[in-house]
Write a protein that binds this ligand. Structure first.
Ligand SMILES: Cc1cc2nc3c(=O)[nH]c(=O)nc-3n(C[C@H](O)[C@H](O)[C@H](O)COP(=O)(O)O)c2cc1C
Length: 190
């Protein structure tokens, strides 16, 4: 494979397309598109999100100590993109985009329309230049019964998660299943 150097850039994909839900100190909800988000530890269950220091979302997390990371279904691509263009410091994004934020029984704001929401309690902030790596202890994961319930278990496409191609600035949907993790590689075991 012949490769060309792209330089020290942030081209890397696929990435998740998520909406981070937060509230400010007076309870106003906000949604922010984030692709730099992912699970970073299992013990304890931890989510990492990288936020530019200017984000209203960062101010909200610092103020309230909690946030959620919500998987976006492909049908909400335009509304989610809107939440990646404008700041909650200027616009009531949930209202403008027709999205809703409700609080879990633990008081964490969630995107109502998300089929998979990870509730986090802020645990640590790490400075990375203009960005802050925010670590959140996962206190619960709320999953759509149709995709994760007894009948829907494993039906990831039941909610058609949106995928982001970082560097190309394109949104895609998932293709077809290619294998079972921790199993399909076993054929190479000697
Ligand atoms: C596809 C996409 C992915 C993004 N990912 C991130 C991210 O991971 N971290 C970040 O700080 N900003 C990211 N942004 C930019 C923020 O979503 C954008 O600046 C937003 O207006 C911030 O909202 P807020 O000020 O209400 O928090 C992304 C934008 C798009 C369109």
């Amino acid at each position: 494979m012949k490769k060309q150097a792209l330089g020290p850039c942030v081209t890397f994909f696929p990435q998740p397309a998520t909406l981070i839900a937060t509230r400010n100190a007076v309870g106003q909800s906000n949604l922010m598109m984030a692709s730099w988000a992912g699970i970073v530890s299992k013990t304890p269950p931890t989510m990492g999100v990288s936020l530019h220091e200017s984000r209203q979302t960062l101010a909200n997390v610092r103020e309230t100590g909690c946030f959620s990371v919500n998987v976006v279904p492909v049908g909400l691509v335009d509304a989610a993109d809107f939440c990646g263009i404008f700041s909650g410091s200027d616009v009531d994004k949930p209202a403008a985009a027709g999205l809703h934020v409700n609080d879990s029984d633990k008081g964490v704001p969630l995107l109502t329309e998300s089929p998979l929401a990870v509730e986090c309690r802020f645990s640590r902030e790490i400075e990375l230049g203009d960005y802050r790596l925010i670590l959140g202890e996962i206190i619960d994961v709320l999953a759509d019964v149709a995709a994760f319930g007894p009948d829907g278990a494993g039906k990831a496409l039941a909610f058609d998660p949106l995928v982001y191609l970082g560097g190309l600035k394109e949104y895609w949907s998932l293709g077809s299943k290619q294998g079972d993790a921790y199993r399909c590689g076993l054929k190479y075991r000697k």
